[in-house]
Design a protein around this ligand. Structure first.
Ligand code: MEV
Length: 316
């Protein structure tokens, strides 16, 4: 094998983040922003062996692969990592890295292209980052599209590729990157501790999130944008009650609401500084760009529903 290139998409949580860690459903959608891994024997790039020494996560991903197949990955392979997914923003860059890397290693070693196996290994790798991972991030990076995802039990995860798209008639989402100081693992642990301290309050909260996640699915299915926006707003309020939205992010979201729009964090959020990427919706999207700017946050747009893990290049 001379060169292999595999890519995987970033994602947005439309609803149900955090609750999905506790067996509730989530809706995740892939985006047009992708991360690609190239493995080759050019001797010109960074050696995978070196990369493993400096990046514990890449090392963990390769270890999962080595363990699964009982082999040792050769030391003379170069690795190239190119990503358009903003890291630490809640857009699934870690999961895309695991999925693309596992996919590339499978092709490099001549194993069959099996997306379920790639997903399983990426999930194991992600668990080295945060042990209670729901698996929703690797699942969407693997399958793409819009997924209804639920982790019933550790060995039983149900996922349903929704046979529809976010309707073209809906105003385009504007993504506002508020930055983030904490890791996903830290935020998931925070929620876990709070849940332990307030089991009853959390049971109600998780139930309300489940209901709103169903409303998001229903409104997309019915192409009912008003219901969709109401559900997004409610989901944000519930995430704020959970404590995963920072003051800076809330201030920006309140301004969007005052201007007649809605917005929610997407993914793990953030308590200290920013809360990662915010999904913002308004009839006049450029007003969102202005509001983001007034808070010092960059904004951008993506195409939703990108393809899942994909073999880009194989040179034998
Ligand atoms: C992170 O992108 C989504 C969380 O729900 C964690 C998980 O699902 O593992 C916060």
């Amino acid at each position: 094998m001379n060169a292999v290139s595999v890519s995987a998409p970033g994602k947005l949580h439309l609803a149900g983040e955090h609750a999905v860690v506790y067996g509730k459903p989530a809706i995740v959608v892939s985006t047009s922003l992708r991360l690609s891994i190239t493995l080759e024997k050019s001797g010109k790039g960074m050696l995978l062996a070196e990369c493993r020494k400096h990046d514990a996560y890449v090392d963990a991903i390769v270890r999962v692969f080595e363990k699964k197949y009982g082999l040792t990955v050769a030391k003379d392979i170069d690795i190239g990592i190119h990503s358009a997914i903003p890291s630490g923003s809640g857009m699934g860059s870690s999961a895309a890295l695991a999925v693309a890397c596992i996919g590339a290693l499978c092709v490099w070693h001549g194993f069959p292209w099996n997306v379920q196996t790639i997903n399983d290994m990426a999930y194991q790798a992600e668990k080295t980052k945060h042990n209670t991972s729901s698996g929703s991030d690797p699942a969407i990076a693997t399958h793409g599209g819009i997924l209804w995802y639920r982790k019933e039990l550790e060995f039983l995860k149900t996922l349903w590729l929704l046979p529809f798209k976010v309707p073209k008639t809906f105003a385009p989402f504007v993504l506002i990157n508020t930055g983030r100081a904490e890791s996903t693992g830290e935020l998931v642990s925070y929620v876990g501790e709070e849940k332990k301290r307030n089991e009853r309050t959390f049971a109600v909260l998780l139930h309300e999130i489940e209901e709103v996640t169903k409303r998001v699915a229903q409104s997309i299915h019915d192409e009912n944008e008003q219901d969709f926006r109401d559900a997004v707003k409610t989901n944000e309020a519930l995430l704020e009650r959970m404590g995963v939205v920072s003051t800076r992010a809330k201030d920006c979201i309140r301004d969007i609401e005052k201007a007649g729009g809605v917005a929610k964090i997407s993914g793990a959020g953030g308590r200290v500084e920013g809360s990662g990427v915010i999904i913002a919706i308004h009839d006049i999207p450029r007003r969102l760009v202005k509001i983001a700017k007034s808070h010092g946050f960059p904004s951008f747009q993506v195409i939703l529903g990108g393809e899942g893990v994909k073999m880009e290049q194989v040179r034998t």
